[in-house]
Design a protein. Structure first.
Length: 254
């Protein structure tokens, strides 16, 4: 894993009023995602290095937190909450490197670099209004580390229609008190295409199938109508499954 300094974001000016900014901040939570596509032959060594790095951060009271999602396609996604885009222009690990020492710090990233040929960074935003979390907004749910993330791609010109469809789904789920909860994320800076990502948590794959079956049973003909409207604007869908990895994550002390 490597933190990349992203440049060229100073085009984001003060285009909105303070009230609009406050409303946006209350509705959205942005996340910087760093993704490492790990070679299958290097997975064991990679996880050892990731574990060592998380320990290094803990031992040195590193100030920034992240959650780790490991997906079935051998990709490791490091999910860091953002306050604003200005954070992307700062090397947040420089203080950690100074504290640990350049030699030990650089050795960790040399070990990471052996495990993949490339990596990438992008930003997505949790849309709290389009998410269905009746028990409260949570990204890490106790006892439910399994994830099924479905990406629904659409043309940018259909963004308003996509929002209308998402609102219709949430209303139906809310009105029928459906037990499958989900969080909806919007694509953002650096993503490949325009999409809504719908994340569902479960105990494991069997529990996920149980939840899905219960939701399908409740939805019935109305669900078919909702999905028909969704399909009208879709370019493609993609489903990614995996596990949240608390052992490879790091939560800074407050």
């Amino acid at each position: 894993m490597r933190t990349i300094k992203l440049l060229g974001l100073l085009l984001f000016g003060c285009m909105f009023t303070f009230n609009m900014q406050s409303q946006e901040e209350s509705r959205y939570q942005r996340y910087l995602i760093h993704m490492d596509p790990v070679k299958p032959s290097m997975q064991t060594e990679y996880e050892k290095t990731a574990t060592d790095f998380a320990k290094m951060c803990k031992d040195n009271n590193y100030a920034h937190s992240w959650m780790t999602l490991a997906t079935e396609d051998n990709k490791y996604h490091y999910i860091s909450p953002m306050k604003n885009f200005a954070e992307l222009d700062v090397n947040s690990m420089s203080s950690l490197r100074e504290k640990v020492g350049a030699e030990d710090f650089d050795k960790v990233f040399e070990d990471f670099d052996k495990c993949y040929d490339k990596h990438s960074d992008y930003v997505i935003s949790l849309d709290k209004e389009l998410s269905y979390m009746p028990d409260g907004m949570q990204t890490m749910i106790e006892g439910e580390n399994y994830r099924e993330n479905t990406l629904y791609y659409f043309a940018p010109s259909n963004s308003d229609k996509a929002v209308e469809v998402a609102q219709a789904f949430k209303k139906f789920y809310t009105d029928n008190n459906i037990g499958t909860h989900y969080r909806l994320y919007r694509s953002g800076f650096g993503t490949d295409g325009t999409f809504f990502l719908v994340a569902v948590a479960a105990k494991d794959a069997m529990d996920m199938e149980r939840k899905s079956a219960e939701a399908r049973k409740i939805m019935g003909p109305k669900g078919q109508e909702l999905f028909a409207n969704l399909n009208k604007i879709l370019l493609k869908t993609e489903t990614v499954r995996g596990w949240m990895r608390p052992d490879l994550s790091y939560m800074a002390s407050k």
